[in-house]
Design a protein around this ligand. Structure first.
Ligand code: ZN
Length: 350
């Protein structure tokens, strides 16, 4: 399996804008712009016959998804297409990631470009005018583009569901931990860069995978948990307080089971809910999806995860958002990175 981790050139001189977040406006939403300039000519979203319909469906789905968030920001994603019927990857997406030259751990989520842009209502843009993240779709599969889930038949993949899933990765539902336990930069001159999501990953005994003070990964806990197998008996768990509160009705005490198959799958393992646990396998943020109409909304526990990441929802008129302090920007920018999380195809009978 290829490591779909792209490292950009270093950039020490980019300006960092930090401003006080403005008050929420009446019609909050996250808006998504899509840049197709990196998409191969004639393929997928730029197919001469079907491209416009595909772009329109993507924009319509993204517009709908963004309205549930009580934040005001515009996110630009660089969109590409592949066309590979043999691949078991349907789509992938991720936020740009910033690494810092200072060797002091800057805190979980300090390099999350999109999450920080949204939570600051657009005031923090860590990578300036560059696109904020990336999105890829594999058009070698049989998609149904309808906004109506009743139109998705049993041999088709639900495009809207997968768009929602991938946008969630870009917004921060993503682990930055590679199979070997390294961070996206794996560079001794850059302090470890972990996502906000990574802050809440624990083993079955509640031990954090990453030390919250030093940012150092506990290799033994990671190695045992990341390929531990099915929850609730093994593997790794998400223990954010909002997610746990939403999960209280289930029998799972430690936290939400994360996808930790015994063979590590880069881009899928750990950064999804556990497909191997019947409680989670059909939820939007599980790693695998089958054909037919699929989840098109956040379950309460997935909503709890987003609240743990700092997000507010417009439906929560009395919400009590987790305080999201702005991490101090130690040192200068040194590198851009990107880590993609994927939605894979559910195998027949699996
Ligand atoms: Zn995914």
């Amino acid at each position: 399996m290829n490591r779909q981790l792209l490292r950009g050139s270093s950039c020490a001189g980019a300006a960092i804008l930090v401003a006080v977040a403005t008050a929420n406006q009446a019609n909050s939403a996250v808006l998504f712009n899509f840049d197709y300039s990196q998409n191969a000519n004639g393929v997928g979203f730029l197919d001469p016959l079907l491209g416009t319909e595909r772009q329109n469906a993507l924009q319509d789905a993204a517009d709908a998804w963004g309205t549930q968030f009580d934040h005001n920001a515009t996110i630009t994603l660089s969109v590409t297409s592949s066309s590979n019927p043999q691949s078991n990857t349907l789509a992938s997406a991720g936020s740009q990631i910033i690494g810092f030259s200072n060797n002091t751990f800057a805190g979980f989520g300090s390099g999350d470009v999109i999450r920080r842009k949204v939570l600051s209502d657009g005031n923090e843009d860590l990578n300036g005018s560059s696109n904020d993240g990336i999105l890829n779709f594999n058009w070698g599969q049989n998609w149904d583009l309808s906004s109506n889930p009743n139109d998705v038949n049993s041999s088709e993949f639900d495009f809207y569901s997968v768009v929602f899933h991938e946008l969630n990765h870009a917004l921060g539902f993503s682990s930055f931990i590679a199979e070997d336990g390294t961070d996206p930069f794996d560079n001794p001159n850059i302090a470890n860069v972990w996502s906000k999501f990574d802050q809440f990953i624990v083993d079955i005994n509640g031990n954090p995978v990453i030390d919250p003070n030093t940012g150092l990964l506990n290799q033994a806990i990671w190695d045992a948990g990341s390929t531990g197998g099915a929850s609730p008996g093994a593997g790794l768990f998400f223990n954010g307080p909002n997610a746990l509160a939403a999960n209280s009705g289930s029998s799972v005490g430690m936290g939400l089971g994360l996808y930790t198959p015994t063979t590590f799958n880069e881009g899928s393992s750990v950064g999804h809910l556990d497909d191997e646990n019947p409680l989670y396998e059909d939820l939007l943020m599980s790693a695998l999806v089958g054909t037919g109409a699929s989840a098109r909304a956040l379950s309460p526990i997935e909503k709890g995860i987003f609240q743990d990441l700092g997000y507010r929802f417009v439906s929560d008129s009395t919400n009590n958002p987790t305080s999201v302090p702005t991490p101090s920007l130690l040192g200068g920018l040194i590198a851009f990175g990107l880590k993609l999380s994927r939605k894979r195809i559910k195998q027949a009978g699996g």
